[in-house]
Design a protein around this ligand. Structure first.
Ligand SMILES: [Zn+2]
Length: 213
């Protein structure tokens, strides 16, 4: 199981369907690899279902808290939904080939990208797969908005930790970081940005995808 997860608010928003679609994609890719968060979302889903049931007209007939609780106990037990046993990696539907065969666009000697922004057709977000050569370092940068990253292969480290396959990392404007891919294999991540990132120090034109906006 991965060591870094979306926070509870993000999982609740995911369950309620109020996350923006690209961010929901990042969460669902993490869920594919994380039993812990799948179970948590399942609980939120069940809770949401119960609240919906209780808000139906039958609720009006209930008198007082005890009756209310009794009514909840009397609810017939529904079988557990099976959705997670059939959970499929949501990225598979977006990629023309398996991850190891897609055509990367080289940005530098160490970094390549596969852009998914156009496929998802959602305004205001940048969605891409990024591949960092084993042991290579991404120039230090900060964010204007929020960046969700899910590691699909390998791992990287930055000033705040070491991350491995399946980990979900959220960064906001208070963070400046310099990710460095782990030595053993190339690191492939899904990244979802809701605002430009700014490289700090030297101007890395090629690395700033938002220059195309
Ligand atoms: Zn998780």
């Amino acid at each position: 199981m991965s060591g870094y997860h979306p926070d509870e608010i993000t999982l609740m928003d995911y369950s309620a369907g109020t996350l923006a679609m690209p961010q929901a994609l990042a969460v669902s890719v993490h869920l594919f690899m994380c039993t812990h968060c799948r179970n948590q979302v399942k609980q939120f889903n069940n809770l949401g279902g119960e609240l919906l049931t209780l808000s139906e007209p039958r609720e009006l007939e209930v008198q007082g808290f005890d009756d209310f609780m009794q009514a909840m106990d009397d609810e017939p037990v529904k079988p557990e939904p099976e959705i997670h046993s059939r959970y499929e990696n949501p990225l598979a539907a977006l990629l023309p080939q398996p991850l190891d065969r897609i055509t990367w666009r080289k940005q530098t000697r160490d970094i390549a990208e596969y852009d998914l922004t156009d496929k998802l057709q959602v305004q205001g977000f940048r969605i891409a797969l990024q591949k960092i050569r084993a042991g290579a370092r991404v120039p230090q940068h900060s964010h204007k908005g929020q960046e969700f990253t899910v590691i699909l292969q390998g791992g990287f480290s930055d000033e705040l930790g070491v991350y491995h396959e399946g980990d979900f990392i959220s960064r906001d404007p208070s963070h400046r970081h310099t990710p460095t891919a782990l030595q053993n294999e190339d690191c492939i991540c899904l990244t979802v940005l809701d605002a430009p990132i700014y490289f700090v120090g030297r101007f890395y034109r090629l690395l700033n995808p938002f220059l195309r906006w």
